[in-house]
Write a protein that binds this ligand. Structure first.
Ligand code: GLN
Length: 242
């Protein structure tokens, strides 16, 4: 399973956000602590999106520890809001840049930690509800890229909470053994689901962090129970059953 991280708080370089803490997202790429049987390391690329006057993004199919963009570029880009992910490709899915989260559109950035069971047959029904032009624009032949299309479509008419609940229900019904841990951000707020994997939240008046694993030993991390949806921004954390 991939590992992902959403951050809203004091302005930092993107690299600082990714390397923050003893168990940073960077370290989770080669030494994650809680993979729950979903792979061993997260070496199949990474990506980061950050908000400024517009949403920007960098993705790479290289392991995050060997991509020179980390020291040479992401250490210089600064933002108050970052969404980043390291990838462990599901068996059978391509290892390429376009398959790496975050997926973005407008001010939205999205990541999926997990897999859709019986891919791609299980998704024939849910995919049929999408406009053909969306399907033709599928960024990569992966479950996560399709999940992003479903999400983006749902966001056109729904709040992030409603969209996440709709997508989780629809995909879980069509592919019951799926793992659907999604993370969404718009630069001001973060939303996430837990559906068969870990997520922790660290929120105080200055910052909101959602992370697959706590990245330090701070005792204020809250473990999000399975089957929940989270809304977080500085000073605000709501965790409710899906
Ligand atoms: N199934 C997705 C992919 O292959 C996500 C993988 C994961 O969470 N490890 O890209």
């Amino acid at each position: 399973m991939c590992r992902h991280l959403g951050y809203i708080g004091p302005t930092r370089s993107v690299r600082e956000v990714i390397t923050a803490g003893e168990f940073s997202l960077l370290r989770q790429s080669w030494s994650p602590r809680d993979m729950r049987g979903g792979g061993t390391i997260n070496a199949d690329g990474f990506g980061a999106a950050w908000w400024g006057s517009t949403l920007s993004r960098y993705r790479s199919a290289m392991p995050i520890w060997s991509d020179p963009a980390m020291p040479e570029m992401l250490s210089r880009v600064r933002s108050h809001a970052v969404l980043a992910a390291v990838r462990s490709a599901t068996v059978g899915m391509p290892v390429e840049r376009s398959a790496c989260a975050p997926f973005t559109s407008g001010h939205w950035a999205f990541s999926h930690n997990g897999r859709i069971a019986n891919w791609p047959e299980s998704m024939v029904g849910p995919a049929a509800a999408l406009p053909t032009v969306d399907l033709l624009g599928l960024e990569a032949p992966t479950d996560s890229a399709l999940l992003w299309l479903l999400m983006r479509h749902a966001l056109r008419e729904n709040s992030p909470e409603v969209a996440l609940i709709q997508i989780t229900n629809a995909v879980a019904a069509a592919a019951p053994e799926s793992r659907l841990n999604m993370l969404l951000g718009d630069g001001k707020q973060l939303w996430a689901t837990t559906w068969d994997h870990s997520l922790s939240a660290l929120v105080d008046d200055d910052r909101a962090v959602l992370s697959s694993e706590p990245f330090d030993r701070n005792r204020d991390w809250k473990e999000v129970p399975d089957g929940h949806i989270v809304t977080a921004r500085p000073g605000h954390l709501i965790i409710t059953p899906l």
